[in-house]
Design a protein around this ligand. Structure first.
Ligand SMILES: [Zn+2]
Length: 80
């Protein structure tokens, strides 16, 4: 009965999402550098995503942009 070609997988993780808006940062998102709550999300041109806290996000953003990454900066949401 398994005659069908199982090569065409249904949409698991669409690598070509049409929306260019990055998802908002969640409390569960942790800085890749120090593990603090993340407020900056970057999507690399290759498709990978990185999250950073406010401190490391500010530090990394210029380099990420120069690498062609899309950066969402939610540091304005950090409670003062
Ligand atoms: Zn950090």
């Amino acid at each position: 009965m398994s005659n069908a070609i199982s090569d065409t997988r249904p949409d698991i993780t669409p690598s070509h999402t049409s929306d260019s808006v990055l998802a908002p940062l969640a409390v569960a998102d942790r800085c890749d550098r120090c593990g603090a709550q993340a407020f900056v999300r970057a999507r690399m041109s290759e498709g990978g995503e990185l999250v950073f806290c406010g401190h490391h996000g500010r530090e990394a953003t210029p380099r990420l942009i120069s690498l062609g990454a899309e950066v969402r900066d939610d540091t304005g949401l950090i409670p003062a």
